[in-house]
Design a protein around this ligand. Structure first.
Ligand code: BT5
Length: 279
């Protein structure tokens, strides 16, 4: 076994603050506190900052669920996005929900760099071979001065062995490729992909239909990377409701479109999707 590599702060000009922590309860909680507690620290965050660790001890999922992995096996990174810090661009508060998809796409590109083909499961998972290798949790935060920012966290399962998996539906880069991943390489790639996607999107004033510098729009890139589209799915809705249908697309608000057996197409902004026929 090679020696565990120490996580170091990557260099990237898009980020005002890049902080790598030896250990933290939750990078999302840490980032949220940076945004709300100290005006001086908050101003230093600029438009983009990131916090990362490979030892997260109380990781959060959605709806009070837990995100967990043994120390040293999973890269936990939170991006702090403050569009209002850059007066040259217009990313209105109502467009901030797109940050989840921007981060999911950055995750897919990073896994590609690691030699693993992945797809996005709407709204916030990245899957490899139908199993979850990344989870994403984005939160809208109102700063004390009134402006809205986003904390978007991603957990990447890099070097978990089969015995380390917290749930049987999880997988890791090590399990998919048989090769251990250098977390510094993964973090450097993730930071670069997210910065490029976010900056491209901000440059077109957060228009999901506008062509980004890669050629296609955010909507087109998301649909292309989304394994959910074309799948027969169950969508579990708040209040224990379940709808079944075929996921046929995303609308201009990033909501999933589900076609029910009757032919009616309904859009959903939230919900847990279960793919009924794993890819
Ligand atoms: C998520 O929630 O998948 C969001 C996970 C976000 C984690 C990142 S790490 C950096 C940042 N800081 C944080 O505190 N959080 C973010 P959800 O869709 O609710 O899925 C949670 C479910 O995924 C759990 O109930 C488990 O079933 C499963 N799970 C937990 N740990 C996992 C892991 N390491 N790999 C795969 N699945 C896992």
């Amino acid at each position: 076994m090679s020696e565990k590599s120490v996580l170091k702060a990557p260099q990237h000009p898009a980020y005002s603050v890049i902080e790598v922590l030896e250990s933290v309860e939750s990078t999302n909680t840490f980032a949220g506190e940076l945004l709300t507690q100290d005006a001086l620290k908050r101003r230093r965050l600029g438009e983009l900052s990131l916090i990362s660790t490979d030892d997260q001890t109380r990781g959060k999922g959605r709806l009070d669920r837990v995100w967990s992995a043994p120390a040293g096996t999973m890269l936990a990174t939170s991006f702090i996005v403050r569009p209002h810090a850059n007066s040259a661009r217009r990313v209105p508060a109502r467009s901030l929900h797109w940050v989840t998809l921007l981060l999911a796409l950055a995750g897919v590109h990073t896994w590609q760099d690691l030699g693993v083909k992945t797809s996005i499961k709407w709204p916030n998972d990245v899957l490899a071979n139908g199993k979850k290798c990344c989870g994403i949790l984005a939160t809208l935060v109102q700063e004390p001065e009134g402006r809205f920012s986003v904390v978007a966290g991603i957990g990447m399962n890099l070097n978990l062995e089969a015995d380390d998996l917290p749930v049987p539906t999880a997988t890791s880069a090590l399990l998919e490729t048989g090769q251990a991943v250098d977390p510094n390489f993964a973090l450097q790639r993730l930071a670069a992909h997210f910065a490029k996607l976010y900056q491209d999107f901000a440059t077109v004033n957060a228009d999901p239909h506008a062509a980004l510098s890669g050629g296609s729009s955010l909507l087109e890139q998301s649909v292309e990377a989304m394994g959910t589209i074309g799948q027969e799915v169950n969508i579990h809705l708040p209040g224990n409701k379940i709808e079944t249908g075929v996921a046929v697309g995303l609308n201009a608000d990033g909501e999933i479109l589900i076609q029910q057996p009757s032919g009616t197409v309904t859009s959903y902004a939230v919900g847990d999707i279960v793919h009924l026929r794993p890819q």
